[in-house]
Each structure stands twice: as structure tokens, then as C-alpha cells.
Write a protein that binds this ligand. Structure first.
Ligand code: NAD
Length: 481
């Protein structure tokens, strides 16, 4: 069921819904039609100040820190419960501001609830250590919160990406100012509504929407934040890090990827083709861990490419509301970027097997599913992130060569290997430089499995138990009895 989209959305600061300090608004458009669907109050640096001050007051009041941790966990369960009542509206806004299908929008609600319950359940399981120092001394460690966590979220999956960071921050006693993405801000406002209805203390979670160069930069450089979680591109990440370096603020950085899957000659080709097609065409490739490079043993190259081509051709491309397999890219800007890099691929001498440009005749930002062969590892299309439905296929002859190609980019977010030989799978997983390795199924893993980058894909981990450690600092207490 779809619902009417509210025409105007305010920022959520200190438990209240507020207009932007300068009264201006951001127009949100439907990427499937390029038509405006709503306006949001545009947060500028004065709004960032206000939100950070609210989060600071809440932190200093110790209202979260003094709770028994299990009660902080209960808060997350309460937020998850509130999301049920908002699920149809969230699915609708994800469809119209993000280009997802209603089914995918509902899946995001389910995933978000999973994160809230997972981290809610961990609230009372983060324990310190007692360190023996001999007679007359008692020593123990405490996981102390940082304080105010500034969080910046990209447009491709704002609700689960934002909510998991908020949950980790709150269960460990931090407070949050989150900047939602200007291209698809609406679902996180509904998340804020769930937090409000669940009775979270005022100022514990503040969610604002502004432009990156403006509100985002102001948040990253704010003198009163203690911690940063940034998810987005490498270039923006570097500028956030420069701001953080000025004040020595610790960061969790979840950046881009150019993740490669190695397909050995003994792989199950039908399953591999299905996994590879999903890995690059799901959400039109707008996923940081998309499987955007396939490194294929020469003996099966043509056969596998043909199977993936058939799957690509069978995908329906169109508005999410029509239940199409592949929705639009988020904006004309993103579509132009993807098309331009495709043209570079052709100029570099790669072969277009299918796609390569926008889908004609549709008003929105629809990119055709695209496959390139004849790709050499040093080509720009093999090195740069498209963040679109574009697969580049690179042949190899020996396992060592495959590893060298797979590891031969600046990125290290995810990687994969397809083979029936378990020993070869282990050997390969051991040598791949990436934060997550998938064997025989792209995205094998889930909420429970630590996720994050190596090399320029960032550092720190989201998901899994390990993520919580990115939201706390160890404090040691030594006592002379
Ligand atoms: P982006 O870097 O342009 O924007 C991300 C966020 O940063 C947005 O909220 C934006 O407003 C904000 N921002 C922009 N300029 C800023 C500045 N100067 N200071 C502070 N904030 C600023 O990225 P995008 O285009 O929205 O998202 C796509 C990128 O994000 C891709 O590279 C993708 O791989 C990456 N991504 C990574 C993950 C992950 O978990 N590793 C998840 C999703 C997306």
C-alpha cells in the first residue's frame, strides 16, 4: 500500500520538529520522474550548532549513561516497534525519493528493525576487564562513550545505514547528530519520528538535512563533536578526515569500493552468473559493496559472460512503484557520471556487451544494465567506482594473476571467489585485501558480520559485534586499596 507523501518535512532537534534557521528548503525529487515530491527544511550551520548543543546537553545530563545498559537496549526495541506503524510510509518514501520498489522499501524497514534489535540486545553485553595487579591494587576497564557522535549518511540506503550507527551510539551512551542525505532524506525523518514516539530523551538523537558542503562540512568541523561516522565517497571522506584531524576526533570511515569477484574454472556457472548479476544490478549498482568487477578464468569467460548477459537483458528497468527489477539512479548528475565513465571505457578499447547508456524514453534517471568485456586491469573503468549497474569483466590465467588483479585497485571494501574447491577458496580469501570476502555468494553475511573497508575504502567496522567497539573508548581505572 502506498501513502500520500507529506509535502514538507522539518528537522528533528532536541525532540522538536523545527524549520531551518534561514527558512530555506531543499526540494526532493523522484528519480523515476525527475519531478518534485516534497520539500525539507534546509539545515545550515546555525541548525548544526543547535543540534550539537542539544546532543551535548543530553550527553552531559547523563540521562543515557546512567541508565542500566539493558534499559538502553529496551529503548532500541521500542524504536523498532514504532517502525512497524510507519512501515508503509517508509516503503512509500523509499520508493519515491530513492527509486526503490515497495518490496525493497519494506525490506529496509525489516533490516533496520534487525539492526535495532541486534544492537539493543548487545547493550548489556559489552563488558570491561579486570586486570590482576597483585595485592593492594584493583584494576578494571570501562567502555566509555565518546560523547556527541556526528554522523553523515549517503543517499543509497539512508535508513538502515543511519539507524545502525545511531543504535550503536545510543546503546553505548553517546548522543547523536545525524545529517541525512539531501537527495533522499525522508526515511530518516520517519526514523526520527519512531525515536520520538518511543520516548527517547530529547537531544539523544537529532536528525537534520542539509547540503554536504554546508551542513555536512559544518558538522564534521564542529568544535563540540567527539566522534564521527562518515559513510560516503572517498573524496568527501578525505575532507571530513581533514576536519577531524584538526581536533583529533576519532572516525569510523565507510567509503567506496570497486569490489572484484574471482571466478575459477570449476565454479558452478549458473549460480555464479545469478550471484554476479545480483551483485551488480541490485539497486542499480548503487551499493558500496556492489560486485563491480568480475575476474574470470579464460576457459569459462565467454560462457559465463553470456549467462550474465541473458540475466541482464531479462531485467526490467523502470520506476520502483511499478515493481521493476531495476529502478533509477538517484539523480541526473549520477546518471551523467556513469554514462561518461562508460564512454571512457569504449574509448579505452573495452567491448560493450550490453547497455552503456541511459534507457531512452523514460523521464527519470534510468541506466541500462551494462557489461564490459575486453577490460584490462589498468583501465579507468576497472579502477574507478561507477556506483551504477556496470560490470567490468577481466580474464585471467593463473590464481596468482587473479589475486593481483583483484587487489590491484585503491579500494578494499569487499571481494569474492567462486569455486567448488574449498582449499582454493581459503587460499584466495587469505590473499584478498578486503574487509568482507564472499565465497560462492555475493553478500553472504548479514547484520551479524563485521563490514568495512581496507585501504582507501576506509576503516572501522559497521555491523556485527565489532561495530560497537567503534563507539566506545577504553578507560582504565587503577585503585590502590
Ligand atoms: P558523498 O560522499 O557525495 O556524500 C555522502 C554524504 O556526505 C552526504 O550526506 C553528503 O551530503 C555529505 N557530504 C558531501 N560533501 C560533504 C562535505 N564536504 N563535508 C561533509 N559532508 C559532506 O557520497 P554519495 O554520492 O552520497 O554516496 C556514494 C558514495 O558513498 C560511494 O562512493 C559509495 O561507495 C559510498 N558508500 C559507502 C558505503 C559503505 O558502507 N562503505 C555505503 C554507502 C555508500
Amino acid at each position: 500500500m502506498t501513502m500520500a507523501i507529506r509535502p514538507y518535512w522539518r528537522n528533528f532537534i532536541d525532540g522538536n520538529w523545527v524549520d531551518g534557521a534561514d527558512g530555506t528548503r531543499i526540494v526532493v525529487t523522484d528519480p523515476a520522474t525527475a519531478q518534485p515530491i516534497a520539500e525539507v527544511a534546509r539545515a545550515v550551520s546555525a541548525d548544526v550548532d543547535r543540534a550539537v548543543a542539544a546532543a551535548r546537553r543530553c550527553f552531559e545530563s547523563r540521562v543515557l549513561q546512567d541508565l542500566r545498559p539493558s534499559d538502553r537496549g529496551e529503548m532500541m526495541f521500542a524504536v523498532a516497534d514504532q517502525l512497524d506503524a510507519l512501515a508503509d510510509e517508509i516503503a512509500t518514501v523509499e520508493c519515491f525519493d530513492n527509486g526503490k520498489t515497495l518490496v525493497a522499501g519494506r525490506a529496509e524497514v525489516a533490516l533496520t528493525k534487525r539492526y535495532l534489535r541486534y544492537y539493543g540486545g548487545m547493550a548489556d553485553k559489552l563488558e570491561g576487564r579486570q586486570i590482576p595487579l597483585g595485592k593492594g591494587l584493583l584494576d578494571y576497564t570501562v567502555h566509555a562513550p565518546f560523547g556527541v557522535s556526528g554522523q553523515i549518511v549517503p543517499w543509497n540506503g539512508p535508513l538502515p545505514v543511519g539507524a545502525r550507527s545511531v543504535a550503536c551510539a545510543l546503546v553505548t551512551g553517546n548522543t547523536v547528530v545525524l545529517k541525512s542525505p539531501e537527495d533522499s532524506p525522508l526515511s530518516l525523518f520517519l526514523f526520527a519520528e519512531a525515536c520520538q514516539k518511543a520516548g527517547l530523551p530529547d537531544g539523544a538523537v537529532n536528525i537534520i538535512c542539509g547540503y554536504g558542503h554546508d551542513a555536512g562540512a559544518a558538522l564534521a568541523a564542529h568544535p563540540d563533536i567527539d566522534h564521527i561516522v562518515f559513510t560516503g565517497s572517498v573524496e568527501t571522506g578525505k575532507s571530513v578526515l581533514r576536519s577531524a584531524a584538526e581536533r583529533v576526533v576519532p572516525c569510523v570511515m565507510e567509503l567506496g569500493g570497486k569490489s572484484g569477484g574471482i571466478v575459477y574454472a570449476d565454479a558452478d556457472l549458473d549460480r555464479t552468473a545469478a550471484s554476479a548479476a545480483r551483485g551488480i544490478f541490485h539497486h542499480s549498482g548503487q551499493i558500496c559493496s556492489a560486485g563491480s568487477r568480475l575476474i574470470v578464468h579464460r576457459s569459462i569467460h565467454d560462457d559465463l559472460v553470456e549467462r550474465i548477459r541473458v540475466l541482464a537483458e531479462a531485467r526490467t528497468v523502470g520506476p520502483g512503484i511499478d515493481g521493476c527489477d531495476m529502478g533509477p539512479l538517484i539523480s541526473e548528475r549520477q546518471l551523467e557520471k556513469v554514462e561518461a565513465l562508460c564512454r571512457v571505457g569504449v574509448e579505452e578499447g573495452a567491448t560493450l556487451v550490453i547497455g552503456g547508456s541511459r534507457v531512452q524514453g523514460l523521464p527519470g534517471h534510468f541506466m541500462a544494465p551494462t557489461i564490459f568485456t575486453g577490460v584490462r586491469p589498468e583501465m579507468r573503468i576497472a579502477q574507478e567506482e561507477f556506483f551504477g549497474p556496470v560490470l567490468v569483466v577481466i580474464p585471467f590465467d593463473t590464481p596468482e594473476e587473479a589475486i593481483s588483479i583483484a587487489n590491484g585497485t585503491d579500494y578494499g571494501l569487499a571481494a569474492g571467489v567462486y569455486t567448488r574447491d574449498l582449499q582454493l577458496a581459503h587460499w584466495t580469501a587469505d590473499r584478498l585485501v578486503a574487509g568482507q570476502i564472499y565465497v560462492n555468494e555475493w553478500w553472504a553475511g548479514g547484520v551479524e558480520t563485521p563490514f568495512g573497508g581496507m585501504k582507501r575504502s576506509g576503516y572501522g567496522r559497521e555491523k556485527g559485534q565489532e561495530a560497537l567497539l567503534g563507539y566506545v573508548q577504553t578507560k582504565n581505572v587503577g585503585i590502590r586499596l
